[in-house]
Design a protein around this ligand. Sequence first.
Ligand SMILES: C[S@@+](CC[C@H](N)C(=O)[O-])C[C@H]1O[C@@H](n2cnc3c(N)ncnc32)[C@H](O)[C@@H]1O
Length: 396
Amino acid sequence: MATTFNSDGPVLFFLFVLSLFGVRYLPLRDLVHLSGFQRQKSELNGPFSVTQAILSYSQYEQLSQRELKRMRASYSKLGRAHKRTGYDLGYTKKLNRLEEVTASNAEVTRAIVGLAKTELGLEVDGEGWIGEGQSPRGDLGKVRETLRHFVRDWSDEGRPEREEIFAPILEVLKHASSPAAMKVLVPGSGLGRLAWEISRLGFDTTANEISSYMNLALRFLLSPTTTTTLDQHLIYPYAHWFSHSRSNDALFRPVSFPDVIPRLTPTFNLLERDFITLLPPLRSEGEVGYDYIVTMFFIDTSLNAIATIEQIYTLLRPGGTWVNLGPLLWSPGAQASLELNLEEVIAVAEGVGFVLGPIDASKKKTMTVDCEYTADRQAMMKWIYRAEFWVATKLT
Ligand SMILES: C[S@@+](CC[C@H](N)C(=O)[O-])C[C@H]1O[C@@H](n2cnc3c(N)ncnc32)[C@H](O)[C@@H]1O
């Protein structure tokens, strides 16, 4: 999932200079320019680019309707008796219900697009209606994934999932002696809830995310134009997947969000760019680097895990701490140059200079945490990650 862009010395230096002057947050439009997203067509049109995300959000309803049309066509191929049984079971009503809830989800995706276009001043080619026979350029899967992330990060329904994974991470941070003086970076922050929780502990926290699907969705929550009250938005995140479903009530249950209203603050920043290109922040008294880097379900999205671990090391100040939790699920299709096992990842971390553990009285270097990822808690299926958690120190 990670994308590595070529670094651009002068641009990065300029960003670094801005950071010296205390510029903590730049509008996306400026970052798009400054970080060089507009310099290369491939970057502008890449799978996680702003234009691709806007295109996908704006085509969400139409792409869903195309899928629904195929489902109706499959049903209509049934023999008369079975079609009658399906009808008596309410299957046609179920498909109609899917159409209705898709329209409801589309209110959110349209609002995301509206805000993004206002903030960016961007027109996206091909955003509108897809003609018959034309192949869609929007990515329905990524939009649906983001809807599930609203649940994971910002709904009451997602609370148990969050508690499982946030607890060990926040426990480490709660032991820091003076959070207000400490800088924390959360790379691959997704929809940002963990970073927000860390900022609520008093740390100066920077969420960092490359995917515009995530960033535009988070902006939709951060903006007083689109989100002002608790549980203002309603989505039907499970409706499109009929597998493992116990009932229509479970399938079409709505989830409201947000359970809290996040805003950017002086201690909650967002950096919308590639983690690999980040520079260590300048601290008072000439010191550079973050006190903590927290990676959750992140390092395995790297195309080059060694470069990612080296970058974590570079961005930390001497004595700084890397907190990690994740399952080592490498990107499919041999996208990653290396698909390392846990022992190999630990060897790389120690090789670059990290000291791992001990986690607790057991003196182990790592600890296993059973957890889920955007799970449907009412489904007839449960996928448990046996994620590994560690705390590593950069000694010098
Ligand atoms: C598996 S998701 C996890 C998201 C979040 N940490 C969570 O647990 O919900 C990994 C995230 O890392 C982001 N990501 C991958 N490579 C990145 C990079 N080089 N820079 C910044 N973010 C990146 C992806 O876009 C994705 O949102």
